[in-house]
Design a protein around this ligand. Structure first.
Ligand SMILES: Cc1cc2nc3c(=O)[nH]c(=O)nc-3n(C[C@H](O)[C@H](O)[C@H](O)COP(=O)(O)O)c2cc1C
Length: 270
């Protein structure tokens, strides 16, 4: 029996699995404040994630203006915003107290920091969901490292990974659960699956039909500009695989390379 069949025959069977399976990104929020108590609960839960070296810090704010000044365009109804950082500043101070000088490979350090940060975020996200909150991430946040450092007084060797908004979802939006690749196309027993054309088609069909059926891009009027050629795909055919392919095209690449920004913030990357 394939993994996909096993999944179908065993729906979420406890509260944790149910919470994970019903989570979706939320972009419209109720005008309802998130208390400090709730915030500290989800942050505590975030930091209960496994860690390599506790290389994660988070700054949270209720100020849309601060986020705007930092160059992060948050969804207008979102009440609380967070920025998650890889933080070497704190670790190096600890090392100094211990009389040790930092000398790690910074590329590997960033890799470990990233692992700490993303695990923390996922714990926090699920904890928020379990308390009736929703969230959405902002992936271009690292490109705003300069303005974030200014607005939030962030030192060198502390670098933003991703931003997030959190709040109580507006039920009027009725956000649907987005599809994922078929499980057997992404989870492999014993060895990698070298995807055939048929496999790739199966991935695309699952994602594209799912997103088109939900009218995801039509509703949000979201489309990545082609920049260098005529756009012949209307919203009726604009699907997930088209969207993601456009995002990763060379013509879409713009702005300063991330490695240069990281160097400016004190990381030694050769
Ligand atoms: C690293 C990361 C960056 C993201 N950046 C954005 C973003 O900038 N804007 C946005 O609306 N959603 C963003 N998202 C949310 C994704 O669009 C969303 O998770 C994906 O479409 C799947 O939908 P779901 O979370 O509802 O299952 C981001 C998600 C991740 C994990």
């Amino acid at each position: 029996m394939s993994l996909a069949n096993v999944m179908i025959s065993s729906p979420p069977s406890n509260i944790v699995l149910e919470t994970i399976h019903k989570r979706r990104s939320i972009r419209e929020y109720l005008d309802r404040p998130v208390s400090d108590e709730v915030l500290s609960q989800i942050l505590e839960a975030g930091f209960r994630a496994p860690f390599a070296a506790q290389l994660c810090s988070v700054i949270y704010t209720r100020s849309q203006d601060k986020m705007k000044a930092a160059g992060i365009g948050v969804y207008p109804t979102a009440p609380v915003h967070m920025i998650f950082f890889i933080d070497f500043c704190r670790l190096e101070k600890i090392m100094k107290h211990r009389g040790h000088e930092y000398g790690y490979d910074d590329m590997m350090a960033i890799w470990l920091g990233m692992q700490d940060v993303v695990l923390m975020i996922e714990n926090l996200t699920i904890a928020a969901e379990s308390l009736g909150l929703g969230s959405v991430l902002y992936g271009l946040t690292p490109l705003r490292a300069d303005s974030i450092a200014k607005v939030f007084n962030v030192p060198a060797r502390v670098f933003p990974v991703v931003g997030m908004s959190v709040g109580y979802p507006d039920p009027a939006e009725n956000t649907e659960i987005r599809p994922r690749f078929p499980l057997e196309m992404a989870a492999f027993e014993d060895e990698y699956r070298h995807h055939t054309d048929e496999d790739i088609k199966a991935c695309m069909i699952k994602m594209d039909e799912g997103y088109l059926a939900q009218g995801y891009y039509i509703k949000s009027r979201t489309k990545v500009d082609l920049v260098d050629k005529e756009d012949t795909i209307g919203f009726d055919r604009y699907s997930w695989s088209e969207h993601i392919s456009r995002k990763f095209r060379s013509a879409f690449r713009r702005g300063e390379p991330l490695i240069d920004i990281l160097r400016r913030h004190g990381f030694d990357l050769r």
